[in-house]
Design a protein. Structure first.
Length: 318
C-alpha cells in the first residue's frame, strides 16, 4: 500500500525530495537535526531510517511525534485517496484561525467565565492574553471547541496556532492545525520587550507559556530545527546573549540546543544554558528573574562549564 497523501505531506511540509523510483523520500532527520538528508521514508512499505542516528518511525509514529497532528488529520493522511481534489488539498493549505474562533474580548458569558478562571489559575492577566491575540472556539461542531487558541505569527502572518484545553479531564492537552511546526517560533516580537533590551539576553524555551514568563522565544517542542535557529539568530542583535531554558526533564535536549547555538556562533555570541531545578518548567515561575534564581547556569563559551553541563553537573554560576 502506498501512502500517497503522506508522501505529499512530506514534500509540502518537510521539504522532502522524491527519489527516481517514486516511493522513496529523503529529507533532514527531525530527530538528530542533520542537514544532509540522511533520513529516508519509503511510502510503499511504510518504513523509514536515518542513516545517521537510526531513527525509524512508522508513518503513524512520525505524524504523532514530529507532526503532532490530531487523530482525524492523521487518519486522513494515511487513508487511500480517491479524488483529484484530495491530491491538491495539501498543496493549497493555508493556515487560518479555526471556524468558531471568538476573540477574548467578545466571548459569550460562559466561555468568558471559563477563560477568566483559567487565566487566574495560571496567573496570566486578561490584558496580556488580549495582546497575545488569544481566543476560544465556541462552535460546538469544531474539533477545537472550548479550547484556548494561541496564534503564532511571523511578520504579521499566521503560520500556526496552539489549541489548549481549559477544562479538566480533556485530552489531549494541545491540538494543532495539520501543518508542520518544525520552523515555527513563538514570541519573536519579545526581542523588543523592555526586559530583553535591558538585559540584552533572549531566552529560548520549550512552550509558549514558558517564553511568556521570561519574555523569550518558544520552540514549541524540545528540539530546534535549522530553520528555527536561523530565525532566532536573524532577530537578535549581535551583542545579545542567548539563553536556553527548557523544562526540567528536558536537560539533554537543552544541552543540544545550546550546543547548536554555540556551534553556529562560535565566540561571536555568548550562549548560556539554564538547568531549572526549583520548578518543573519556566512557566511555573512568576517572571524571568524567578526562573533564573531557580536555575543552574552554564556559560557555554567556557570549556569547563560545557564539560560540567554534559555530565549533568550542578554548578551554579554567580
Amino acid at each position: 500500500m502506498e501512502f500517497q497523501k503522506f508522501g505529499r505531506y512530506l514534500e509540502t511540509f518537510w521539504d522532502a525530495k522524491k527519489e527516481k523510483e517514486g516511493t522513496e523520500y529523503k529529507f533532514n532527520c527531525p530527530e538528530c537535526q542533520d542537514t544532509k538528508q540522511h533520513f529516508s521514508f519509503n511510502i510503499e512499505f511504510g518504513v523509514s531510517n536515518c542513516f545517521r542516528c537510526g531513527y525509524r518511525p512508522t508513518p503513524l509514529e512520525f505524524l504523532q511525534e514530529k507532526g503532532q497532528l490530531d487523530f482525524d488529520t492523521i487518519q486522513e493522511l494515511l487513508e487511500k485517496e480517491d479524488t483529484v481534489e484530495e491530491k491538491k488539498s495539501l498543496d493549497v493549505f493555508i493556515v487560518t484561525l479555526p471556524e468558531g474562533f471568538c476573540s477574548v474580548i467578545d466571548l459569550p458569558p460562559f466561555w468568558q467565565a471559563v477563560l477568566n478562571e483559567w487565566l487566574l489559575m495560571n496567573t496570566i492577566p486578561f490584558e496580556d492574553m488580549k495582546k497575545l491575540g488569544g481566543g476560544v472556539v465556541v462552535r460546538k461542531t469544531s474539533k477545537y471547541h472550548g479550547r484556548l487558541i494561541i496564534p503564532v505569527y511571523e511578520d504579521m502572518k499566521l503560520i500556526t496556532f496552539l489549541a489548549r484545553v481549559m477544562l479538566e479531564n480533556v485530552e489531549p492537552k494541545y491540538l494543532f492545525p495539520p501543518v508542520s511546526r518544525k520552523d515555527a517560533v513563538w514570541g519573536l516580537e519579545n526581542v523588543n520587550s523592555d526586559v530583553v533590551t535591558q538585559t540584552k539576553e533572549i531566552i529560548v524555551c520549550e512552550g509558549w507559556k514558558d517564553a511568556y514568563r521570561v519574555h523569550g522565544f518558544a520552540l514549541l517542542g524540545k528540539s530546534m530545527s535549522v530553520g528555527q535557529m536561523r530565525k532566532i539568530l536573524n532577530r537578535i542583535p549581535n551583542d545579545y546573549t542567548i539563553g536556553v531554558m527548557l523544562d526540567k526533564d528536558a536537560w539533554k535536549f537543552g544541552y543540544k540546543v545550546a550546543s547548536q547555538f554555540r556551534d553556529a556562533c562560535g565566540v561571536l555570541k555568548k550562549v548560556q544554558l539554564y538547568h531549572i531545578y526549583g520548578r518543573k518548567d519556566p512557566g511555573e515561575c512568576s517572571c524571568r528573574s524567578d526562573a533564573i534564581v531557580n536555575s543552574y547556569k552554564y556559560d557555554f563559551n567556557k570549556l569547563l562549564d560545557r564539560i560540567q553541563a554534559r555530565k549533568g553537573g550542578k554548578v551554579l554560576m554567580k
